[in-house]
Design a protein around this ligand. Structure first.
Ligand code: FNR
Length: 381
């Protein structure tokens, strides 16, 4: 097998190994996918200032995100159905992140439950919350995350209604699933994935399944979940969450400077500049393109993180240079997981770590804390 040297290699392998229905679920954006693609393109438009003849022998990319030590400013983003890319996917990704020294964020929409992940990890992870119409259920999720020792709650604000991804509908990835014959044939051609799935004993959608009365099979689970995304979610809902969560709070899905100002006033420990990886509002600005304005507006009041389109350590470097204190990656680790399970997630992290370290050195910096806009070529030059 040719060596894996970049995230694109992990993506290609995942495409071969993960059933089409679930690979496509990850590698898609909403509607025309313009924001999905622009997230990556925005990083490509940014050029770096190369500096030479600087002693870069001792370099460090260790830092902190919301006060927690990290071996690099990268966290694993919450990704729904992670456990469908590889059996026990959430547990494997959390273990890889823990070993590597970066945060893992478990989504509400996971296959493995909060308790499953807590059982197989030893350090606190972060939990991502969707506020549901059933506020009692949302409250119980926060209590379960607290009991599982999660150190931070990541509250996602950009999904009051679901963005539409054409490929999911065409593949029959609906609730309940309705796979097309082509998708079923593809499943039959992926025996390794099927075998792994048959081995797992986990309950599907473990955060929900068995925790809501009457929701005890896949059909009722699908119906209940679909009806629960809450279009009434507003800033008072954030205040409500703050009353029920006394640990670190991250507000995710901010893509406009006015929202960033409101979020900073409401208070929390960080915001994540994000457009949900181009899966919600198609046509929204690329995250990297709004980062500068948001950092300038609120960077002295609240820690600013970003995600969307990061495919290399170079992209992480650019985000940090622009003023982010941390980044999240979604698809890069999801591809690693689909390609090779836990070692694939580790590989994705190793690739990004190495690229970040080398880029920093070639820009003439030795400490990630000194990286700044002086490392970026101003746009337009
Ligand atoms: C996501 N994302 C997401 N975000 C969230 O808050 N809760 C969730 O359940 C999900 N689910 C989800 C599924 C899949 C398949 C993807 C690709 C993404 C968004 C995610 O947290 C993050 O914002 C993006 O993935 C970042 O973009 P990149 O790194 O994938 O380009």
């Amino acid at each position: 097998m040719t060596p894996i040297t970049c995230i694109a290699d992990l993506q290609a392998l995942a495409k071969r190994r993960v059933p089409k229905m679930f690979y496509d679920y990850a590698d898609t954006g909403s509607w025309t996918q313009s924001t999905y693609h622009d997230n990556e393109a925005a990083f490509q438009r940014q050029k770096l200032r190369q500096r030479v003849a600087v002693n870069i022998d001792n370099r460090s990319i260790k830092t902190k995100m919301i006060g927690e030590d990290v071996t690099m400013p990268v966290a694993l983003a919450p990704v729904g159905l992670t456990g469908m890319q590889h059996a026990d996917g959430e547990i494997l990704a959390a273990q890889a992140a823990e070993k590597f020294g970066v945060p893992f964020t478990l989504t509400t929409m996971s296959v493995c439950s909060i308790e499953d992940v807590a059982e197989y990890t030893s350090k606190p992870f972060w939990f991502q919350l969707y506020v549901m119409r059933d506020r009692g259920f949302s409250e119980s999720l926060m209590q379960r995350a607290h009991a599982a020792n999660c150190s931070a709650l990541c509250l996602t604000l950009d999904l009051q209604v679901l963005g539409q991804r054409h490929r999911d509908i065409k593949n029959g990835l609906s609730t309940p699933p309705n796979p097309t014959p082509r998708v079923l044939l593809d499943l039959a051609l992926k025996p390794r994935w099927c075998w792994n799935m048959l081995q797992t004993k986990r309950r599907q959608f473990g955060n929900i399944h068995g925790h809501v009365s009457g929701v005890d099979d896949m059909t009722s689970l699908a119906e209940w979940t679909n009806s629960q995304f809450d279009p009434t979610l507003d800033w008072s809902s954030v205040e409500w969450v703050k009353k029920h969560w006394d640990r670190k709070l991250i507000l995710k899905g901010i893509n406009d400077v006015e929202d960033a100002k409101i979020a900073a006033d409401i208070g929390g420990d960080a915001i994540v500049v994000s457009n949900h990886g181009g899966r919600q509002l198609d046509g929204a600005l690329a995250s990297y393109d709004v980062l500068r304005e948001i950092v300038d507006a609120v960077g002295d009041k609240i820690e600013v993180h970003m995600d969307g389109g990061i495919r290399s350590g170079q992209d992480v470097f650019k985000a940090i240079a622009m003023g982010a204190k941390g980044t999240f990656i979604g698809r890069p680790y999801i591809y690693g997981l689909g390609a090779m399970g836990r070692p694939g997630v580790t590989k994705a992290l190793e690739i990004i770590h190495k690229e970040l370290d080398v880029t920093m050195g070639l820009c003439g910096e030795t400490d990630i804390h000194n990286v700044g806009r002086h490392n970026l070529v101003p746009t337009g030059k």
